[in-house]
Write a protein that binds this ligand. Structure first.
Ligand SMILES: Cc1cc2nc3c(=O)[nH]c(=O)nc-3n(C[C@H](O)[C@H](O)[C@H](O)COP(=O)(O)OP(=O)(O)OC[C@H]3O[C@@H](n4cnc5c(N)ncnc54)[C@H](O)[C@@H]3O)c2cc1C
Length: 863
């Protein structure tokens, strides 16, 4: 609910404002009713509510009758429950008094902390809210094995883990009402009365043999916890969420939109259009999920809406003032600028006496804890090197995934927030005539943005796709990848949950699991090179001569290059916000090696159009594609031949470039080779129905690209190792510190004075080109061009020839061995040496041969 009681002049004005919210659809009738009871009090609501809503009877009769029935139902039930409520209240007072802090709850918490890596070490006094955490814990403790996302039934939708929506709302509202009642009653009771009353009630209850469940909260309500949602928009396996339950206080989930902070110091395009659109939908889904467990998500804008002006820190401080919260919990983010912001938030709040904690869950490993110690720097940038570092320097145990909570304790009143729409994440541009351009319509159709949607995809992938993943993840026409990247990016799915799910499904796909480690690698690289999204890591490549042809860039962005495979992929990206990994390689190679456009252009476009746009991964991949990353690609994708691998029958192109649909399979990827008659029959007219190719001579473009690289490597030869020809990069201070075993401070000081250069794996093609600056790309013996299936076929032929040679050589070896044995035998028997066979075929022995002389002087004639 986005109305603050404190701000209202009087309760009637407040109720009227609240009613407006209901009419605008921003609040539901149950929430409004609960708010009335909370603000007006029990008696006043009973007497005034019906007259307050009277104007609705004509203006909105259905809402009026809904509110009336809620009112009736509530007061009828309450009448019956009154005595029960009083009893429970009294008991709760006694429970408070009798409360023993070292109950099993503590034990289970400590168990969990070891397995879930929770960092929380101090907890406010527990109250009956802890019961909700207990429910989670109990569920947790019943699992000896990792939690199955869907092992014992369907995927864990929140429907499964909590009652239906209306029940939740009712429950939540009743709780709010009960709290209000509690507070009022407590005010009325004198200290001396309390124990007496409670004792009597308890005795009565005991005598009646009734079992007490669902006790209302204790009257001395602990200050609420702010649960700060960021890129962890999920209920499953959310350590901050579970930790908030453990505090044993009401939880206020909040989301603060602060695009300036997200963007960081350079050009990151951290929140591009598609990304923002997904975020909007994901927020709406998590809000609904929270409502299903009786809670709510408060949206806030950090940059100047109403009274909330400034940073996340400022916004949090205001929230703390509004709500009286003493604890702020969140899951950590690892972009250096966000980490800096979070560190500042933690220390500022702690200075104010507010406990603020960050939990680790976004990656398998906290990238700031990864060390190269014991592994060294050789091979840095590759996932193998990274995994060795993780193995050699293991972090905290990953632990099992956490179950979603069944309910969340609510505060007596909610902080004031804005509506989700006010954040402007899914605002669509308007045409001059006022109509909306809904560029996201297809994205909307292509995805289920919810956490449950992610679980459905996992299930499908692990049941089927993963078996094709090892060999056919490149296929664009029949995708065999998980499509989970946007969910992972927005934290609607934790990598840990996914890993457990894969293990539970006995999924043996090392390639898939390796991919998840690539994700961690990207975050590690970003922490080492915070400029990763905008500045080339290999220094000479900063000076590469790039094209500034905007027409080419536009054609690439719009899927109008005249190369069907590239166009299909770029159109898929625009329509759905996604394309598979192989296609990303194809279009990136085309932009860089053939169009010579700067990799940063590709990065920015991807950031704006991908629903999984992820600063760390995108930057790492574009750097590698742009030849200047730590692990630059050792290949270039050919825009036609690559199709043989990813779209051998042209179905992918047919889907995204329907104007080419009637071309035959063999020619659909190179329509310019089509005879006129076929083009005519397929209705293809270049420049009209399908664009002309924007570049014709691919070989020449590639040669130019290689020559450009050779030029900068020559120009900046201090960054090229003289002996090996490898590129050299200045080591970031953190790696210097680790490599030399220094303290952080000494390492920083040393790096300031001296640049340490690290040799990186470098394309052989570049080294050769450096020595032969004018050579054609095609003549380069280390040509890095990947020719898709064609090359695979070539490789298979080579492999076949090798195998045949191997068999031949094994047979030859066998023959030789036999001859050696024969000779040894002869020697032992005193027989003469047999001459070494000449050539491959054995010579036919003759009677004159030496070895036909039988010991003892007799001649044998061999026939
Ligand atoms: C030029 C380029 C830009 C890219 N930009 C992004 C990006 O902005 N965001 C993004 O999530 N991925 C990016 N990738 C990596 C990869 O293409 C996507 O993660 C993958 O296509 C997502 O589809 P999936 O979920 O089906 O992947 P799967 O193959 O099913 O892999 C599972 C998960 O592993 C992770 N993963 C897979 N490949 C990589 C990789 N190479 N590096 C790091 N993590 C990986 C992803 O989180 C992915 O969801 C980029 C790749 C290239 C070549």
């Amino acid at each position: 609910m986005s109305l603050s009681v404190a701000d209202a002049e009087d309760s009637e004005v407040f109720v009227r404002n609240a009613l407006r919210e209901v009419l605008l659809g921003r609040e539901d009738p149950e929430g409004f009713f609960a708010m009335c009871v909370s603000v007006l009090g029990h008696q006043e609501t009973r007497s005034q509510f019906l007259s307050l809503i009277q104007p609705l009877s004509t203006a909105n009769s259905s809402l009026h009758s809904a509110l009336t029935s809620i009112y009736r139902e509530y007061f009828t039930t309450l009448q019956a429950d009154d005595d029960e409520l009083e009893l429970a209240l009294a008991l709760s007072l006694l429970e408070m008094k009798d409360h023993q802090p070292s109950t099993p709850s503590q034990e289970s918490r400590s168990n969990r902390r070891s397995s879930f890596e929770l960092t929380s070490d101090s907890h406010p006094p527990e109250s009956s809210h802890t019961q909700q955490a207990e429910v989670v814990k109990k569920r947790q403790n019943t699992h000896s094995a990792p939690i199955r996302p869907w092992g014992n039934g369907p995927a864990p939708t929140t429907r499964q883990t909590g009652p239906q929506k209306c029940t939740h709302v009712d429950k939540c509202n009743k709780e709010t009402v009960i709290e209000r009642e509690q507070m009022m009653m407590e005010r009325d009771l004198t200290q001396s009365e309390k124990p007496q009353r409670t004792k009597n009630r308890r005795q009565r209850r005991k005598a009646a043999g009734q079992h007490i469940i669902g006790l209302p909260r204790c009257p001395s309500m602990p200050p609420p916890v702010l649960l700060w949602f960021r890129r962890d928009l999920r209920l499953c396996d959310n350590p901050a969420l579970i930790a908030s339950l453990e505090v044993g206080a009401p939880v206020i989930p909040v989301f603060i939109w602060s695009p300036e902070e997200e963007e960081g110091p350079g050009t990151t395009v951290a929140t591009g259009g598609a990304s923002k659109y997904w975020l909007h939908q994901a927020l709406s889904c998590i809000c609904a999920s929270l409502e299903r467990i009786g809670s709510h998500l408060v949206f806030l804008k950090a940059n100047g809406e109403g009274s909330r002006v400034g940073s996340s820190l400022q916004t949090l401080k205001e929230l703390i003032k509004d709500t009286g919260a003493r604890t702020v919990l969140a899951n950590a983010l690892y972009e250096p600028w966000l980490k800096e912001r979070d560190d500042a938030v933690v220390s500022a709040l702690q200075k104010d006496g507010v406990e603020c904690k960050m939990y680790h869950s976004y990656c398998f490993r906290d990238p700031y804890s990864v060390s190269t110690e014991g592994v060294g720097l050789r091979g840095i940038g590759s996932v193998s090197h990274f995994m060795s570092c993780c193995r050699q320097n293991p972090g905290c145990a990953l632990g099992v995934a956490l179950d979603p909570p069944v309910s969340l304790p609510t505060p007596t009143h909610w902080a004031q927030g804005v509506s989700l729409d006010t954040l402007g994440l899914a605002d669509m541009p308007r045409r001059k005539d006022g109509t909306t351009i809904n560029w996201a319509a297809n994205i909307q159709k292509s995805w289920d943005f919810s956490e449950e949607g992610a679980h459905v995809l996992i299930k499908a992938f692990l049941q089927d796709g993963v078996y094709k993943y090892e060999k056919e993840s490149a296929r664009a026409d029949a995708p065999h990848t998980s499509c989970l990247s946007p969910y992972l990016h927005f934290g609607q799915l934790s990598p840990r949950w996914l890993l457990w799910a894969a293990k539970e499904a006995h999924c043996q796909s090392p390639k898939f699991q390796r991919k998840l480690h690539w994700r961690d690698l990207a975050y590690w690289q970003l922490t080492l090179f915070p400029d990763l999204p905008w500045e080339s890591v290999r220094p000479p490549y900063k000076a590469l001569r790039w094209s500034s042809n905007r027409e080419h860039l536009k054609a690439w962005q719009r899927g109008q290059t005249g190369y069907p495979l590239v166009d299909a992929a770029m159109r898929q990206l625009w329509m759905t916000g996604w394309m598979n990994n192989y296609m990303r390689h194809v279009v990136a190679s085309f932009l860089i090696a053939y169009l010579h456009l700067p990799w940063q252009e590709g990065y920015c476009w991807f950031q704006d159009t991908l629903v999984d746009a992820d600063v760390a991964i995108d930057a790492m991949m574009w750097q590698n594609g742009g030849m200047c990353g730590l692990d630059h690609w050792n290949f270039v994708m050919h825009p036609v031949d690559a199709a043989m691998t990813c779209d051998p029958y042209g179905n992918y192109v047919r889907k995204w470039c329907p104007e080419l649909a009637d071309l035959p399979d063999e020619l659909i990827h190179k329509p310019w080779k089509c005879p006129m008659s076929i083009l005519r029959r397929a209705g293809v007219v270049f420049g009209q129905t399908y664009p002309q190719r924007i570049i014709i001579d691919l070989e020449q473009q590639r040669s130019q690209s290689l020559q450009d690289v050779a030029r900068v490597r020559k120009e900046f030869e201090q960054f090229v190792d003289k002996h090996t020809g490898c590129d050299l990069v200045p080591l970031p201070p953190r790696l210097v510190t680790e490599a030399l075993g220094l303290s952080q401070r000494d390492g920083d000081l040393l790096s300031e004075r001296k640049m340490f250069l690290l040799p990186l794996i470098t394309r052989m093609e570049f080294k050769y080109q450096q020595e032969n600056p004018d050579a054609d790309a095609a003549l380069n013996p280390y040509n890095a061009l990947l020719k898709g299936y064609v090359s695979r076929k070539r490789d298979e032929t080579i492999a076949f020839l090798n195998e045949r040679d191997f068999t031949a050589s094994v047979m030859y070896e066998g023959v030789q061995r036999k001859e050696r044995l024969e000779n040894d035998q002869r020697r032992m028997e005193g027989l003469p040496w047999s001459p070494a066979p000449q050539g491959r075929a054995r010579r036919t022995p003759t009677a004159k041969d030496k070895f036909s002389i039988v010991p003892g002087g007799a001649h044998t004639s061999l026939r």
